[in-house]
Design a protein around this ligand. Structure first.
Ligand code: HSE
Length: 430
């Protein structure tokens, strides 16, 4: 039976995502009510610029006082789509203190401080849902928190930033340099005026922290995630990857160590073979591979950004939070019981592709090979191109700890015969 008294929703933020949330709440009102079992009413919308016209939003609902809206006692669910750590943290905490459940898309806040948010939610028996914080419309948080809650996840490997995937895809398909591809991404509206969060990997690292935390039932913060952006990637790197039958992707990789006693989380560009399903993820799409004991390999694919796709995830969470309010029940809380330590990047074991600018004379190859051997890094293949006393050596290694590889590179730089280390890239997905 449908309850006639509506559930009341406060929307904090009415930008690209918030306005889509408001639109879908209005256009799908009957379906949402039927799915929840009660009507859902937008009871207030907090904005920074109240004079802006927002189609489909009743101006009478608009306020600039987000704090007052978040603490209204009659609100059942607060949707936070402002972003950033503050004032979002204070607003969400206040919403919990005043009896509301919270749906948020705020990856920066969750990567910095999800334990305190979960704690505040638990205190009042409320829900904290955040599907939209990672890869927008792609269901990832709920599958990890709920569908795979009975399995053991060992690895999460994915493309979780659309802007950088667009840039790398353009570099790969057109031979463009990084700057040119970034300009195109900006012109098409993928990259923001200040693209730092995307191109330096901060956005992907926040998502990696969230995914690793849920996957491994362990608290993982942004600071625990090793992060390298893609600003140093050159057209030559992409060409070199192509020669190996690979492409370059900015990957977020969360792994349980082989002995199961620790985990790692990292974001960096990496070569992956063209045969790997992630190599076929083009333009600004996202895709995430999850590997678990019982399920095996799962792949989640779709649009990882944008107003409507992010709103889709928010609305799904809104329905869940409303159903729980109606039934007097609660969704899953924080699961961090495993408390596994997060190991540093030096402990990560993977393969490497290294390009060296060397002198073309007898003994150089032997000297380089000896340097790898001295650091316990085993070479898989070596390719040399030489002309008029100059040569390029491209070395691909077997799996080795990142710390050993760093020490090898340091030693290579000290050799008279090595003029420069042109690029070092990890090789994943084999
Ligand atoms: N800027 C992000 C991206 C979307 O390019 O994927 C929001 O996290």
């Amino acid at each position: 039976m449908m309850r006639t008294r509506p559930l009341k929703v406060a929307l904090l933020g009415c930008g690209v995502v918030g306005s889509e949330v408001a639109r879908i709440m209005t256009t799908h009102a009957d379906d949402l009510a039927a799915r929840i079992g009660a009507p859902v009413e937008l009871a207030g919308v907090a904005v920074r610029r109240p004079d802006r016209v927002r189609e489909g939003v009743d101006p009478a609902l608009v306020t600039t006082d987000a704090a007052a809206l978040a603490r209204r006692e009659d609100i059942d669910v607060v949707i936070e789509v402002i972003g950033g750590v503050e004032p979002a943290r204070k607003l969400i905490t206040s919403a919990f203190e005043h009896g509301a459940s919270v749906v948020t898309a705020n990856k920066a806040l969750l990567a910095e401080d999800s334990p305190s948010l979960h704690e505040a939610a638990e205190k009042g028996g409320n829900d904290l849902y955040y599907e939209a914080a990672v890869a927008a419309a792609i269901p990832l948080v709920r599958p990890l928190r709920e569908s795979l809650a009975g399995d053991k996840v060992n690895r999460v490997l994915g493309i979780v930033n659309g802007t950088t995937n667009f840039i790398l895809d353009r570099m790969d398909s057109t031979g463009a340099g990084y700057g040119e591809a970034l300009d195109e991404a900006t012109a098409l509206g993928y990259a923001e005026a200040d693209p730092t969060a995307d191109v330096e990997g901060f956005d992907a690292a926040a998502k990696a922290a969230i995914l690793a935390g849920i996957a491994f039932h362990t608290r993982v913060r942004l600071d625990d995630v090793h992060r390298e952006g893609l600003t140093e990637i050159t057209a030559a790197d992409i060409a070199s990857a192509k020669r190996m039958g690979c492409t370059v992707k900015l990957l977020a990789i969360c792994e349980r160590a082989a002995d199961g006693r620790s985990v790692t989380a990292r974001v960096h560009p990496a070569m992956i073979p063209l045969s790997h399903p992630l190599a076929g993820v083009r333009e600004a799409y996202n895709a995430v591979f999850v590997e678990s004991d019982a399920a095996g390999q799962l792949m989640f694919y779709g649009p990882g950004a944008g107003g409507a796709p992010t709103a889709s995830a928010v609305l799904g969470d809104l329905v869940a939070a409303c159903r729980n309010k109606l039934n007097g029940s609660k969704g899953p809380g924080e699961s961090a019981y495993a408390q596994l330590p997060v190991s540093p990047m030096g402990d990560v074991v993977t393969r490497y592709h290294i390009s060296l600018d060397v002198a073309d004379k007898p003994g150089v190859l032997a000297q380089v090979a000896t340097t790898f051997a001295e650091h316990g890094v085993s070479i898989d293949t070596v390719r040399q191109q030489g002309k008029d006393g100059d040569a390029w050596l491209v070395v691909v290694t077997h799996s080795a700890p990142d710390a050993s590889l760093s020490a090898t590179v340091e030693a290579l730089r000290g050799l008279d015969t090595v003029r420069g280390v042109a690029s070092i890239m990890r090789v994943e997905g084999e």
